[in-house]
Write a protein that binds this ligand. Structure first.
Ligand SMILES: Cc1cc2nc3c(=O)[nH]c(=O)nc-3n(C[C@H](O)[C@H](O)[C@H](O)COP(=O)(O)OP(=O)(O)OC[C@H]3O[C@@H](n4cnc5c(N)ncnc54)[C@H](O)[C@@H]3O)c2cc1C
Length: 383
């Protein structure tokens, strides 16, 4: 088999790249380890920056997003039993965020590709890639490509196929994780609430007018069996209680524990292989940046590939890694900053609490600090 661009992974990065290339008349083959059902059911991100929603609309996959996405113009930070609203749009030049689940983004992209009569090779795990020669190896075959897009997530094979010593890794593991639930109950909040509490962080979020998505800080190795639904609701009530606020319980449809990590692989290009999304970098979810960064990477890659196929020039492909890494590191810093401001470390004492309260008070009372949070949260236009 031969193609122009071999795409490994049908997550948000791989599927968006495939769509952008299709619109530009560039051929691609998408290879995905899992089934379509599995990819469409994987519950993860839900906060889309305006740059992400603009791109999905321009790519002709924004119809349902337009109808069902919920636009938010602010978030709240809660500490010391009080909520403080950060008016994102007022502080960030009118930009906003949209709540629309990653599952829905993936469904829309899969549907659009199949509707164009283009295949996605599900249940076809790639075993290795040869970055120098542009070869993708999977069980029973090989795909020869001008360019390989490594969109196979943090545990994929593309980065793992690179020779040791050919890239540099930057990594930080956090001593806590998130216990996330999806509940079949109307959200008790109009906008996201990031709650700092001495028992640990909590996040009140949503997926739709009838589905709530809530998170609790926990140990990264926490056993789900330790968290029956009653205990989850009790803890959510304690950590997010405010005067006049109510939190409605409901059936828990899904729950899981996610560890937290910051990770960057430099460079993001190796010969014919271009890493994109979680395959190249990971952020803790507190800043809601992972999916948005993945989309930014593939937009940059698609523009570079259009230049290559239209004019033969490779200046944008050559600049790909440096260009993406500038935004990656901005988001790494923002995600680390939000995470360490809001989560009490294990063994954290009154000194840590006082520092965090002071920082939260500063962010919610200083226009400059609040603006910095807002423009990073909605996504910086230029980095
Ligand atoms: C609990 C949680 C909450 C999050 N919340 C947010 C949020 O609010 N906002 C935000 O922006 N981000 C958030 N994220 C991060 C976001 O989900 C990821 O950054 C995003 O999924 C990255 O997309 P991707 O396409 O790069 O990788 P993935 O979504 O991981 O996709 C990679 C694909 O490659 C496939 N694959 C792997 N190995 C192979 C192989 N060998 N061969 C073929 N295919 C392979 C996988 O099956 C998968 O389909 C969250 C993440 C988690 C875990």
């Amino acid at each position: 088999m031969r193609t122009q661009v071999g795409i490994v992974g049908a997550g948000p990065a791989g599927l968006t790249l495939a769509r952008l290339l299709e619109l530009a008349g560039i051929e691609s083959v998408v290879l995905e380890a899992r089934s379509r059902e599995y990819c469409e059911a994987r519950i993860r991100a839900g906060v889309l920056e305006q740059g992400t929603t603009d791109l999905l609309r321009e790519a002709g996959v924004g119809g349902r997003l337009e109808r069902e996405g919920i636009v938010h113009h602010g978030i709240s930070l809660q500490f010391d039993g009080e909520r403080h609203r950060i008016p994102l749009s007022d502080l960030a030049g009118g930009r906003s965020i949209v709540i629309y689940g990653q599952t829905e983004v993936v469904k829309d992209l899969i549907e659009a590709r199949l509707a164009s009569g283009l295949p996605i090779h599900f249940e076809t795990p790639v075993e290795a890639v040869d970055a120098a020669r542009g070869i993708v190896r999977f069980e029973g075959g090989e795909l020869e490509c001008d360019v390989i897009a490594g969109c196979d997530g943090f545990h994929g094979v593309c980065r793992a196929s690179l020779p040791a010593g050919s890239f540099r890794e930057f990594e930080r593991e956090y001593p806590y994780g998130w216990l996330g639930i999806l509940a079949d109950v109307a959200p008790s909040i109009d906008e996201l609430v990031y709650a700092h509490h001495e028992r640990g962080f909590a996040l009140l979020s949503l997926r739709s007018p009838t589905r709530s998505r809530y998170y609790l800080q926990c140990r990264p190795d926490e056993e789900l069996s330790e968290w029956p639904d009653d205990r989850i609701w009790e803890e959510l009530h304690r950590r997010t209680a405010v005067d006049g606020g109510t939190l409605h319980d409901g059936p828990v449809l899904e729950k899981g524990v996610t560890g937290m990590r910051s990770y960057v692989c430099e460079p993001m290009r190796h010969g014919r292989l271009f890493l994109a999304g979680d395959a190249a970098h990971i952020v803790p979810p507190t800043g809601a940046k992972g999916l948005n960064l993945a989309i930014h990477d593939v937009r940059t890659l698609a523009e570079a590939l259009v230049q290559r196929y239209e004019s033969g020039a490779e200046s944008l492909l050559d600049a790909y890694s440096d260009h993406c890494l500038r935004r990656v590191w901005r988001c790494e810093h923002f995600s680390w900053w939000m995470t360490t401001m809001l989560h009490l470390p294990p063994g954290g004492d009154a000194f840590d609490l006082r520092l965090q309260h002071s920082q939260l008070r500063y962010v919610t009372t200083s226009a400059a600090q609040a603006s910095a949070l807002a423009e990073n949260y909605v996504g910086l236009a230029e980095v």
